[in-house]
Design a protein around this ligand. Structure first.
Ligand code: 6R9
Length: 645
């Protein structure tokens, strides 16, 4: 923990939308009368049909769980992100695209964005897409990813973006789960100078997805690809044949906008469903206030559109606000570790939003690569994805921000749609490592293991009581799973899955997941997913996976593997299993450590005692706790003796 407190500078208190007094006033209003508060702020976007005061909020966290916001209103999300800006800012840059190759970049104005999105929408319609259809997007970080998402929103189709780093199998499962008949992909992606074979992965995935009728393919690297003439369509051919204008479809506020798959503690990834009106109100409002976005600012979020951060804070929030948003295809250390700072100088970025894992990796390279760039344009820094340790926070603050840029450490989740706990730069004193205070309308509560609400300074599990407009509405196709996952543990409350500490000033310090989810470089991976990939290997009898502290990634993946009887343990097999998981799920899920486990610690009822496995993975053998309930306490000694390093 760090004792530093960084006060709000007088310039910030003056320039920001909200200072400390205003935060208090707005926060109190938002909690006292949420219907009034959101009824007013809902007007920040354009409605085709305005919502009535009675329809602002309709929420019940008990029973079948119902969450609706602005439900009798109608709007179109893409019109809010594009068309409504045309009168004032048609020639303003909407998207700055910076390629993996530093010599490649491109500016797209709002006028051009309108034409490209309209063309993509018309092409999707020609391919048979209709309102309510699910369309899977498997693209690299190129402008066409934004066009495809906005085109879906324009015609009322529901997009499901699958991160380009996922394997053919993971892609296939996500296509099947939501029944997509159209996939949008590219020939190849590029990361750190290396091609990523997206079309080939897609071809492989589609062997398992017979219902996919059309694949729209963006030519990006011009690499060689396989081709199915009946199914595959080049975007550059198709776009030449359609109009650059497409009328936005009026959508109900509660019509789905997108599905995004995320890992949970059990089973296969869940399709988190977000709807149109509330999501856009919340994404745009948080983007404006948290980043204190003003007209003319250049804003850069380094996430990938395959994650929720890319959805809300590269695309929807910024574009709804008429911002200039930078989209980066590359990685922080290519061609060298000055890349982020060079891009900041090149495009005169004012607001920079990245993840702790990137900060820690760059911190290892020392200050020189940072100091080579001027970074004078920077005004505000942001962090998201996992807890940021005070050491990394202070390095980010002092070295990257030259001690003049506030850091907003923003806590939120795929499920929450937008930022929930965060400083506001003109209002909140900063404590390195703390996500600080709730955003408007957000009421965190801390509970103990029995669900008892805790008062004042405490440590416990983080829950939320009042709904906010950006909250997920259901798990796609499985509402019961939505109820069971989020509203069962602590009835009447939304359980985040995170542990936290609240200090004497009411500041929140998120300590990480308390469930079986591992956060690797800010990416959520369910231990169950990795385990089921491992046991799918012919030689594996059983596997147990836990997280362990990792200097750069935050958490690493530690797998205990039991082989089939008689199967010899070998270094070659260990490597094969790592490659196997990589292939089954994707590179982000590769185990860092595989330990052979002739036996796993189990209770007599057969439950694997992960608590013990976590301790061993952490090299903490002093406190293994009560092992008396184990069926065979001897296995623990074996595991400790053979702990891999
Ligand atoms: C936006 C996003 C959500 C989980 C969340 C928590 C962790 C995210 C954090 C943070 C501490 C922060 N997390 N931001 N922990 N401080 N500022 O990352 O969504 O991929 O769904 O992950 O990430 O554990 O529960 P998602």
């Amino acid at each position: 923990m760090s004792d530093d407190i960084i006060p709000v500078s007088p310039e910030w208190a003056k320039r920001a939308y909200v200072d400390e007094a205003k935060y208090k006033e707005m926060y109190e209003a938002s909690v006292k009368d949420p219907v009034k508060f959101w009824g007013e702020h809902g007007k920040r976007i354009d409605w085709i049909k305005p919502y009535s005061p009675e329809a602002v909020r309709d929420v019940d966290y008990t029973g079948n769980v119902r969450i609706r916001w602005f439900h009798d209103g109608a709007l179109n999300v893409s019109a809010n992100c594009i068309d409504r800006h045309l009168a004032k800012r048609a020639d303003q840059v909407a998207i700055i695209w910076e390629g993996d190759d530093p010599s490649k970049s491109k500016n797209i104005t709002y006028r051009e964005l309108h034409a490209e999105v309209s063309r993509m929408a018309n092409v999707l319609k020609e391919l048979g897409a209709k309102k309510g259809d699910r369309i899977t997007i498997y693209l690299p970080m190129i402008p066409e990813a934004a066009y495809a998402m906005l085109a879906c929103a324009r015609i009322g189709a529901i997009h499901s973006v699958v991160f380009g780093g996922f394997s053919p199998d993971s892609l296939a499962n996500r296509i099947l789960d939501c029944d997509s008949e159209i996939v949008v992909t590219a020939d190849e992606g590029l990361r750190g100078g290396k091609p990523v074979p997206l079309k080939a992965n897609c071809d492989e995935a589609l062997k398992k997805c017979p219902k996919v009728k059309k694949v729209l393919v963006v030519q990006h690297t011009a690499g060689k690809v396989g081709w199915d003439g009946a199914r595959d369509v080049w975007w550059h051919d198709a776009k030449a044949k359609v109009a650059a204008d497409c009328k936005p479809e009026p959508m109900g506020a509660e019509d789905p906008l997108f599905i995004l798959y995320t890992s949970g503690s059990t089973g296969k990834p869940k399709g988190v469903l977000h709807t149109s009106g509330g999501y856009l109100v919340f994404a745009s409002m948080t983007h404006q206030y948290v980043f204190d976005y003003h007209d003319g600012d250049i804003y850069w979020c380094t996430a990938d559109v395959g994650w929720v951060t890319g959805h809300s804070y590269i695309l929807y929030g910024p574009l709804a606000n008429g911002a200039t948003t930078l989209m980066f295809e590359g990685v922080p250390n290519y061609p060298n570790s000055s890349r982020f700072w060079d891009v900041i100088d090149k495009h005169q970025v004012n607001i920079f939003y990245t993840a702790p894992t990137a900060i820690r990796a760059l911190m290892r390279e020392g200050e020189a690569p940072v100091k080579k760039a001027s970074r004078k344009s920077l005004r505000l820094l942001g962090s998201v994805g996992e807890p940021i340790n005070p050491e990394a926070w202070l390095w980010y603050y002092r070295v990257v921000g030259d001690s003049r840029c506030p850091i907003v450490d923003t806590w939120w989740q795929t499920e929450t749609g937008g930022i929930l706990i965060t400083p506001l730069p003109g209002a909140t004193k900063l404590k390195p490592g703390s996500a600080t205070q709730p955003f408007f309308g957000v009421t965190p509560v801390m509970v103990d293991a029995d669900g008892k609400e805790l008062e004042g300074a405490c440590t416990g599990n983080l829950c939320l009581i009042n709904s906010w407009p950006g909250q997920m509405r259901t798990v796609y196709g499985d509402h019961q799973r939505f109820i069971d996952t989020y509203f069962r543990t602590y009835p009447g409350k939304y359980f985040t899955g995170d542990g936290a500490r609240r200090d004497e000033d009411g500041y929140y310090w998120i300590t990480g997941r308390v469930d079986d989810v591992i956060n690797v470089s800010g990416h959520r991976i369910g231990t169950a997913e990795v385990e089921s990939a491992l046991v799918a290997h012919a030689k594996v009898a059983e596997a147990a996976v836990v997280g362990f502290p990792h200097d750069i990634k935050g958490q690493g993946i530690y797998a205990y593997v039991t082989l089939n009887a008689g199967e010899p343990y070998s270094e070659a097999l260990r490597k094969e299993l790592v490659a196997w998981v990589r292939k089954e799920i994707g590179p982000i899920a590769s185990p860092d450590i595989v330990q052979w486990a002739p036996g796993l610690p189990k209770t007599r009822s057969g439950k694997i005692m992960r608590r013990i496995l976590r301790k061993i993975a952490e090299n903490d053998f002093s406190n293994l706790g009560d092992t008396s309930t184990l069926a065979d306490p001897g296995v623990v000694d074996d595991l400790v003796k053979n702990r891999s390093h």
